[in-house]
Design a protein around this ligand. Structure first.
Ligand SMILES: [Zn+2]
Length: 85
């Protein structure tokens, strides 16, 4: 039975703080490529955005605003909305 001796691992479990994320296993951070796979904690469909537990603001058009202020351009075209470019 695995018991005891978990203390050291406990202490340095997480180096990057993601204070809002309480999930296990922890969700992708705002720095990772799959950041939008994190859980939605606040949803505002009437305003067209959701807040993820890693601090990312996810917009309806798949654009994102990162906690550090960076903006990620929309990476998926909304269904049926094709613009000739
Ligand atoms: Zn989470």
């Amino acid at each position: 039975m695995p018991n005891g001796s978990d203390r050291a691992t406990d202490r340095n479990q997480r180096k990057t703080p993601t204070p809002m994320c309480q999930h296990q296993p922890q969700c992708p951070t705002a720095e990772s490529a799959d950041r939008d796979a994190a859980h939605v904690v606040v949803r505002h469909p009437e305003q067209g955005w959701s807040l993820l537990c890693n601090g990312v603001l996810l917009f309806d058009d798949t654009g994102e605003l990162l906690p550090d202020g960076r903006i990620i351009a929309p990476h998926r075209a909304p269904a049926g909305a094709f613009t000739a470019a």
